[in-house]
Design a protein around this ligand. Structure first.
Ligand code: PEP
Length: 238
């Protein structure tokens, strides 16, 4: 199972360092069979630890160049980073990133062998139209994306569940992940208000391979609590 923490525009360089040290200390002792990824803001990028992979929340699809405000391969290499999150809904819907731009970034980082956490998710108006509309919307977000890329991790994050405190219903998550599984053989994470209350039922779903967590990842105790809740021997398979 994969646990990914998206800090968004939270944490500083100093607090990220402290977070990683504390989490690494816990993971070293508890030896969970989980892959753990942390995505701090760009100013706090640093090398990962023995048990934690540090990745970038986004990056431009170029080595370096005239892209004001962006970071690219040169900046990521300085910290030996080879994991990048692409297509997060906040970039699609707030920043206005197009599918074409996201696919260009994907192609660039694929070319450079990066692990890519690729996010998709439908807005509420699409969800209200029914599941067929959801499926169609999601598959369109894979335009230009190589689904067979061996370092691909997909994150399904319904836009209406992100940062709202209201996760999708377990049945909605199950149905959507089953649909994605038809064509995606790589891990598929669920994201959107994952917290202690719902982690066990979400993690127990057959086609959920992990979680991408925003709010509940910001404190080490809270993120660790999610892992502890589904550690082997804890998971509720009902
Ligand atoms: C996210 O932004 O990727 C996310 C899942 O946020 P939250 O857990 O706060 O809904």
């Amino acid at each position: 199972m994969i646990f990914a923490a998206n800090f968004k525009m939270n944490h500083t360089r100093a607090s990220t360092r402290e977070y990683l040290e504390r989490l690494e200390g816990i993971l070293r002792v508890e030896e969970y069979p989980f892959k753990v990824l942390v995505f701090p803001p760009a100013t706090a990028l640093c090398e990962g630890t023995d048990h934690i992979t540090v990745g970038a929340q986004d990056a431009w699809g170029a080595e370096h160049g005239a892209y004001t405000g962006e970071i690219g391969l040169q900046q990521l290499r300085e910290f030996a980073i080879d994991t990048v999150l692409l297509g997060h809904s906040e970039r699609r819907h707030i920043v206005g990133e197009s599918q074409e731009r996201i696919a260009e970034k994907f192609a660039f980082y694929r070319e450079h062998g990066f692990e890519i956490v690729y996010c998709v998710g439908e807005p509420l108006e699409v969800r209200k139209e029914g599941f067929e509309a959801v499926a169609e919307y999601l598959w369109e977000q894979f335009d230009g994306i190589d689904l067979d890329y061996e370092r691909l991790i997909v994150a399904y994050e319904p836009v209406w569940a992100i940062g709202t405190g209201v996760a999708a219903e377990t049945e909605q998550i199950a149905q959507t992940h089953d649909e994605l599984r038809r064509r995606i053989k790589r891990p598929v994470l669920y994201g959107g208000s994952v917290k202690l209350d719902n982690i066990r039922s979400i993690a127990a779903l057959e086609n959920v391979d992990g979680v991408l967590v925003g709010s509940a990842s910001l404190e080490v105790e809270s993120f660790h609590g999610l892992m502890a809740a589904v550690a082997p021997g804890q998971i509720d398979m009902d």
